[in-house]
Every structure is written in structure tokens, then in C-alpha cells.
Design a protein around this ligand. Structure first.
Ligand SMILES: *Cc1c(COP(=O)(O)O)cnc(C)c1O
Length: 462
């Protein structure tokens, strides 16, 4: 299994190197050269298996010889051992044909734990075998950073630096990043938006002297290994509703397009998925693109669903790569246009994208109203991101195909928005109830590449 860049101009890598590298050296994203498929019988055989067993069977074809079967089973077992629910990704029924996939039972209460816990264990095994050490730098709108710090804290082969937009993450998110005391994890509060953090992260990766000097590794949602770990719950949930014997659809609260792209991979692998529905908040570049063909950036408007407050959806490049017939030069051209503000895709490409993806946009008022309504009619307390998913799913679902909406975070991670809509302040699960009593450790940094590089160099050379 080989991995190629979406811009067609970086070395072809095997899984281990694609995972440890993150962003390709031509600025592109790694994707598998071919997508392995599971047969109808393979998928049917997943029925009744544990989450861990399904994870093994779904991911195994992608990892080549990076891990032995024993190592890989052990990695999966360790990754999910800390989850607060035996099913890992349980489902509840909202309506006759509408289901909620709860992806918030991990250590930081959001779906990013599914991938990050896997990556932590995979890095640990791969790096200790190589006798190497890396510097992980990630940009976060909140949930990635806490998941990464939780997954990597205390591992001896890595230093972790997380860039988050100062003042624009929830208090629970911030505390999850700033309270771990392990000396190999560092929370950096950047003066800017998430897109600034993401841009500075890309700058660091494109500074090859720095990148090689500190052995930079990325674990943002551009890392292929993260996408891969997220493919698993599309299979586990669809199979529990009768796949492959019947089709299902998914609605996914979307920001960087990583989670829903994992659904697209599941479909390519043979899972019978009817529609993949992109649900956005008021930062709706994806909804505008899928509606009009114009992928044009705009100001980020802070919302009550901050983990989706982005304007450039990095993983959309992977979907575009396929839609453009895997033409890396064409993608390189589009991404150059994006730097000037945006690009327009042709009718044919748009139709190709629309053959997989639908979309909907939810305003702030509609988000709050859905939180209120879900509590009243379904007795479900939703986080704002999940409410956006449920709202769009209710608009677009049909009576014939089951709809699975991804609940991407626990309501206690965004208590202010939930309390404003319902009057109920959702408590943290007991295992993290002392979060507000722990002391914080954070470094404030300007939105400036040189300043960030200096902080990283100083900390890792101590
Ligand atoms: C990251 C995140 C999203 C968006 O996921 P993408 O993979 O970036 O599209 C949605 N909801 C929550 C709670 C998140 O943390």
C-alpha cells in the first residue's frame, strides 16, 4: 500500500512514513494510491463484532507492513481502553428512521479522540522501533488540541506543541489543553483565528530547514492516519443498522472535512452509503461550494460551534483530487488560486461531488432552537455541533433510508451554549469532574512564524 500526494509532486510513501510526516513536501495531502475494498461478505461478517475487532478489519488493509497483526491489535486495544463506554461508539434512536452516533465517550469528550488515541499508540510503536524522537505541532479550533495532548502526554518519543486561537476556544477545551502537567506537552495561545493557526502550521512545515531540524510531524486532520481511524465508526454504525443488506446515509457536522471524508472512504471501500450530508454553521464555505461551485474564502465569524469555525477546509482537497480524476497538477493550480481568495469548479466536477455529498447550513438561532427542540422531543441534550447535524439531517432525510447523524462532542464541552438554549448546565462526566480545579500552563504567542519557531526550539532544546 503506497501513499501519493494530492499535488502529485512529493515522494511516494508507505503508511508509516505518511503517518509520521503528515503534510506532503509539495504542500499536498497524502492519499492511498488505491482504496482497498471489503466484499459484501466481509462487511456482513462485521456484524456482532466488538468495536476493536471491526477497527482491525477495516484499517488493516491500509497499513501494509508497518505493524504486525499482533502489534496492531494491541495498538487498537490500548487506544480505546480509556473510553467511558463499552461500545466505544454507541447509537441512540432519535426518530423512526433517524439515529445519533455518539462519538464523545473518549477522554476529551469529542470524536477526535477516536483518531488521536490511535495515532498516539501508532507513533509510540513506530518511533521506539526506529529509536527516533519527533516534534509534533498541531493547530486546533479546540478539540484536536485537547485530544492530541491527551493522546501524547508522557510518551517519551515526542514533544507536542498545540496552537490554538487565543480567547476563541471554550473553557473546557482550553483547560483540557492547559492542565496536563507532563513536560512534553505545550499549549500555545496564538493571537488570531483558527485559520491563522492553521496557516502558521503550514508555514512551519514548508520551512524545510526548521522542519528537518526539529523532525516536525503533524497530527492535524490532514494526517492520513487520522482519517483512517475515523472510517471505522461508519462501518460499525451502518452494520448495526443492517448494512450491507441495506443502505444508510450520514449527516456530519463539518469543519475541516476530515470526518466526512472518512465516510467517503468507507463508501469507496464498499460500504453501501446513500448520501453523505455536510452540515455547516454560518462559516459555510463548503455549503456554498456544493451549492454554487464557488470555493471562495470569507471572514471567519465566531459561532457557538467553534470547532467548525473555519474557512478553508483542508481535507476538501482530498475529495477534489478524486473529483478531478486524481490530477495533482490541477489541484496544485486550484490551491494557488485559493491563496488569492478562491476558485470556481466546473459543472462536471460539481456534479461528481454532488453524487456523494449533500449539504446544509445552520444559523446560530437555528442551532440554539434545535438544542431546545431535541431536549423537548427526543430527551437528548446535544452539543451545538451535533445540533447542527441533527438540524440538517431533519431537513434532508428521507423516509426510506436510515439517517445516522454524528454527535461529535459531549454537551458538557460547550456548557454555555447548551445552558442558554435549555436552562440546563450539563455536568462533566465524573472521571473529569476536577478539571476546573487543576492549574493551567500556557504560552501566549503572536501570529508570527518566527516567534513560534523560537518557542519550539527553546522548549525542545531544554
Ligand atoms: C473537529 C470537530 C468538528 C469538525 O470535524 P472536521 O473533521 O474538521 O470536519 C465537528 N464537531 C466537533 C465537536 C469537532 O471537534
Amino acid at each position: 500500500m503506497q501513499y501519493i500526494s494530492t499535488r502529485g509532486n512529493a515522494p511516494v510513501l508507505k503508511f508509516e512514513d505518511a503517518m509520521l510526516t503528515g503534510l506532503a513536501r509539495d504542500g499536498g495531502l497524502y492519499v492511498p494510491e488505491t482504496i482497498p475494498t471489503l466484499s459484501h461478505a466481509d462487511i456482513a461478517a462485521l456484524s456482532g463484532l466488538s468495536y476493536e475487532e471491526i477497527a482491525f478489519r477495516v484499517m488493516r488493509p491500509f497499513i501494509g507492513d508497518t505493524f504486525t497483526d499482533e502489534e496492531f491489535a494491541d495498538i487498537i486495544a490500548k487506544a480505546y481502553a480509556g473510553f467511558g463506554h463499552a461500545a466505544r461508539a454507541p447509537m441512540v434512536q432519535l426518530d423512526s428512521n433517524h439515529f445519533l452516533l455518539e462519538l464523545f465517550h473518549g477522554p476529551t469528550l469529542a470524536f477526535k479522540d477516536f483518531a488521536m488515541q490511535m495515532i498516539g499508540q501508532m507513533f509510540q510503536v513506530a518511533l521506539s522501533r526506529r529509536g527516533e524522537r519527533v516534534t509534533i505541532v498541531g493547530a486546533t479550533s479546540g478539540d484536536t488540541g485537547s485530544a492530541a495532548i491527551e493522546a501524547f502526554k508522557g510518551l517519551d518519543a515526542v514533544d507536542v506543541f498545540i496552537l490554538y486561537p487565543h480567547g476563541r476556544v471554550s473553557e473546557v477545551q482550553r483547560r483540557q489543553m492547559t492542565t496536563p502537567s507532563e513536560s512534553n506537552v505545550h499549549a500555545l495561545a496564538v493571537d488570531g483565528h483558527f485559520d491563522d493557526c492553521q496557516a502558521r502550521l503550514k508555514d512551519m512545515f514548508n520551512d524545510f530547514e526548521f522542519r528537518d531540524g526539529v523532525r516536525l510531524a503533524g497530527v492535524n486532520s490532514i494526517n492520513w492516519a487520522r482519517v483512517l481511524a475515523q472510517v471505522v465508526y461508519y462501518f460499525s454504525s451502518a452494520v448495526s443498522l443492517g448494512a450491507p443488506h441495506r443502505k444508510v446515509s450520514f449527516t456530519v457536522p463539518t469543519g475541516n472535512f476530515g470526518d466526512i471524508f472518512a465516510g467517503y472512504i468507507a463508501k469507496k471501500m464498499g460500504l453501501p452509503i446513500d448520501r453523505l450530508v455536510v452540515a455547516t454553521n454560518q462559516n459555510d464555505i463548503l455549503h456554498r461550494c456544493l451549492t454554487t461551485g464557488a470555493y471562495v474564502t470569507d471572514q471567519v465569524i465566531p459561532s457557538i460551534s467553534p470547532s467548525m469555525d473555519i474557512q478553508v477546509s483542508s481535507n476538501f482537497e482530498r475529495a477534489m483530487f478524486d473529483a478531478y480524476g486524481r490530477d495533482g497538477a490541477a489541484i496544485g493550480q486550484l490551491m494557488a488560486e485559493l491563496k488569492q481568495g478562491g476558485f470556481h469548479i466546473s459543472q462536471g466536477i460539481l456534479e461528481e461531488l454532488r453524487s456523494h455529498f449533500d449539504s446544509g447550513r445552520v444559523s446560530e438561532e437555528e442551532t440554539s432552537a434545535q438544542i431546545t427542540r431535541s431536549l423537548r422531543t427526543h430527551a437528548e441534550l446535544l452539543c451545538p455541533h451535533s445540533a447542527i447535524g441533527v438540524e440538517v439531517a431533519e431537513r434532508l432525510r428521507t423516509s426510506t433510508t436510515p439517517m445516522i447523524t454524528l454527535a461529535t462532542a459531549h454537551p458538557a464541552k460547550f456548557p454555555d451554549a447548551v445552558e442558554a438554549a435549555t436552562g440546563i448546565r450539563p455536568p462533566l462526566p465524573e472521571r473529569m469532574a476536577d478539571l476546573f480545579d487543576r492549574s493551567e500552563r500556557v504560552t501566549r504567542v503572536g501570529n508570527d512564524l518566527e516567534a513560534l519557531k523560537a518557542v519550539v526550539l527553546e522548549r525542545i532544546n531544554k
